[in-house]
Design a protein around this ligand. Structure first.
Ligand code: PMT
Length: 403
């Protein structure tokens, strides 16, 4: 992995005492690390310790002429490839969610274009408070990555969720999230969005897929250095940077596009919501009420579409193939059945009856299901984060194949 530039921003919580350990862990991975701390953070961790370890002055003040002359806060925000917030206090999360910038750390967090990873730490009641959870939701929907918190005994004397993740785990998450180029040399073929099946020249049968899940997979794969081909159905989303996009409409067109690109692909991820049925006959002219035998109803005969995922799995060779399962009942059981029937390496099952997951929202909560029936649950995360976790698993499967 290429060494990266990491800005470690420190909030004012007791867990700040673990930050020197985190700094060392990041340095051991070869990264250049600079620190910026809120005034409250400096009550818990010594700036001298951070400066001695990082070899750089610790930034604390927004309007300090000597600090700003060294590197001003906008250049500091631009310098970073990744910004870590640890500990991310309830106050810092709230300020980030609302775009406040009343000190150096929050100003940098608002100005940076880099990926941001937050490691929350606070009292369990502050953590579970709906204000904190809503702020977190907002941040996740903007693509901020979240690690932890862990559950256990808290410094305040309470038990429960609120402990900052261990420094080694945060460092590991940082490495995975950096532009690690870990998929360099791979071609990832992604499908996204819903298909639209024509009834006549003006009418279509489609579904609620927005394309957000598949576009997030494409974006994250590109960030990891892969060549990405995105076969997009019906969606209004813009193409992520560095991604080659092929627009299709029907299930049949999606099948043709996927099969045409399959030979060059080493990884296939099928997030599209493909219609299972399509009208048997597409009328050449607009269907008019007056032309119907019974003007009170129209009977459409639907036939099944090609199952693209099964077809791809039949031609799998040493590719890693990931399918999605959109379920509303018995999510895990259905996904277990589906993975065996379709023959892919990993099934990402989501409950599409939820309002905060599945179709047309920025978040998702999935179960990763393997062919031998193992299940791992993610909880509610941003689609970008789910995409990242899918790719972590794909990389692991690739690695196992090479062993
Ligand atoms: O696009 P969003 O708004 O972000 O919503 C995301 C999503 C809910 C669409 C996504 O997370 C998801 O679940 N995608 C799969 C939807 C689906 O078609 O699920 P399924 O269980 O019906 O199909 C299982 C798998 O077979 C899927 O990988 C699907 O792409 C594939 N399939 C299905 C039918 C078909 N004819 N050909 C296929 O390849």
């Amino acid at each position: 992995m290429e060494p990266a530039r990491i800005l470690l921003t420190i909030g004012g919580g007791i867990a700040a005492y673990k930050v020197p350990e985190l700094l060392r862990a990041l340095q051991k991975q070869g990264h250049a690390v600079r620190c910026a701390a809120t005034p409250a953070a400096l009550r818990f961790v010594s700036p001298l310790a951070l400066q001695s370890l990082s070899g750089e002055p610790v930034r604390t003040a927004l309007f300090d002429p000597s600090e700003e002359s060294e590197i001003d806060h906008i250049r500091l925000a631009d310098w970073a490839d990744l910004v870590i917030v640890a500990p991310a206090t309830a106050d810092l999360l709230a300020k980030m969610a609302h775009g406040l910038a009343d000190d150096l750390v929050t100003a940098v967090l608002l100005a940076t274009r880099a990926q941001v990873l937050v490691a929350p730490a606070m009292n369990v009641n502050m953590w579970t408070h709906s204000a904190t959870q809503q702020n977190l939701e907002t941040l996740r929907s903007r693509g901020v990555l979240v690690i932890g918190p862990e559950s256990g005994e808290l410094a305040c004397g309470w038990e429960g969720a609120g402990r900052m993740s261990e420094p080694a785990d945060i460092a590991e998450a940082a490495s995975l999230r950096l532009g690690t180029e870990s998929l360099q040399g791979h071609t990832v073929l992604v499908t996204a969005g819903g298909t639209a099946e024509a009834i006549d020249p003006v009418r279509r049968i489609t579904n609620r897929s927005s394309g957000k899940m598949g576009f997030a997979v494409a974006e994250q794969a590109a960030r990891r250095g892969a060549r990405v081909i995105l076969v997009a159905g019906v969606t209004s989303l813009t193409t992520p940077a560095g991604v080659v996009r092929l627009d299709v409409e029907s299930a049949a067109e999606m099948r043709d596009a996927v099969l045409a690109e399959l030979a060059g692909a080493t990884i296939v991820i099928k997030a599209a919501a493909v219609a299972d049925f399509t009208p048997e006959i597409v009328e050449e002219g607009k269907i008019k009420k007056e032309g119907l035998a019974d003007q009170s109803s129209l009977v459409l005969r639907l036939v099944t579409t090609p199952d693209i995922l099964s077809e791809v799995c039949g031609l799998k060779e040493d590719r890693v193939v990931v399918g999605f399962a959109a379920e509303s009942d018995n999510v895990v059981e259905e996904a277990r059945r589906k993975i065996l029937r379709k023959g892919c390496d990993l099934m990402v099952a989501n409950d599409v009856s939820r309002v905060d997951a599945g179709f047309d929202v920025d978040t998702n909560a999935v179960f990763f299901v393997t062919p031998d029936g193992e299940v791992e649950e993610t909880g509610l995360l941003s689609k970008q984060e789910i995409a990242s976790q899918i790719l972590d698993r794909v990389e692991k499967l690739q690695g196992e194949r090479l062993e």
